[in-house]
Design a protein around this ligand. Sequence first.
Ligand SMILES: NC(=O)c1ccc[n+]([C@@H]2O[C@H](COP(=O)([O-])OP(=O)(O)OC[C@H]3O[C@@H](n4cnc5c(N)ncnc54)[C@H](OP(=O)(O)O)[C@@H]3O)[C@@H](O)[C@H]2O)c1
Length: 203
Amino acid sequence: MDVTIIGTGNMARGIGARVVAGGHGLTVLGRERAEAEALAAELGGGARAGEVGEPAESDLVVLAVPYEAAADLARRYDGATIVDITNPVDFSSFEPIHPGAGSAAEEIQAAAPGARVVKAFNTTFAGTLAEGAVAGQPLDVLIAGDDEEAKGRVARLARDGGMTPRDAGPLRRARELEAAGYLHMALTQGTEAPFGTALRVVA
Ligand SMILES: NC(=O)c1ccc[n+]([C@@H]2O[C@H](COP(=O)([O-])OP(=O)(O)OC[C@H]3O[C@@H](n4cnc5c(N)ncnc54)[C@H](OP(=O)(O)O)[C@@H]3O)[C@@H](O)[C@H]2O)c1
């Protein structure tokens, strides 16, 4: 598959590392071309770089940007298979934001009605994605979406990157995934490894 990641921050680095580990093609788009070029070079795997707004003919477009920026960007990539990784949080108060649509993912879907929006990766922390595991155990990637083929692409990306995809159901389950993402942020701070923890389904 070909994956485009929009953003050059922590999650772009973490998810990009899993994309490359899985042997998939990667393009990083940044607001600053130089930032995107630097991250692409760091990630290796022949990753390409460009600027936000460039067309993305990829199998997946990952919005690795703050919640506040995601819906506008989704509009620009309407028609794509969009991966929403956001956790809507007011970082000045550390209180969760409750989008009117029910979840950030549903808000993004409403903003880009021609896109196939999949919620994923919001419950995994950036550093653990870059590492690929926590305490030697693979990461769970919790996935919600209404389009099975689109969810399948995200599941394949997770599996090829050494993680375990978990189907959480339709896109409206993004509400619960966003609550879980927030809960994980609250819980991790009381651990010996803040932001180095993982949520995992054990069977
Ligand atoms: N960090 C985590 O462990 C974690 C875990 C789960 C989910 N998430 C979610 O992942 C998303 C990204 O988090 P992060 O930690 O990677 O943040 P980050 O390190 O601050 O990176 C954010 C990136 O978004 C870009 N950006 C900001 N506004 C933009 C806009 N209007 N248009 C285009 N690009 C824009 C920034 O570009 P500039 O450099 O040009 O400002 C930067 O490259 C957030 O929604 C967060 O809730 C994060």
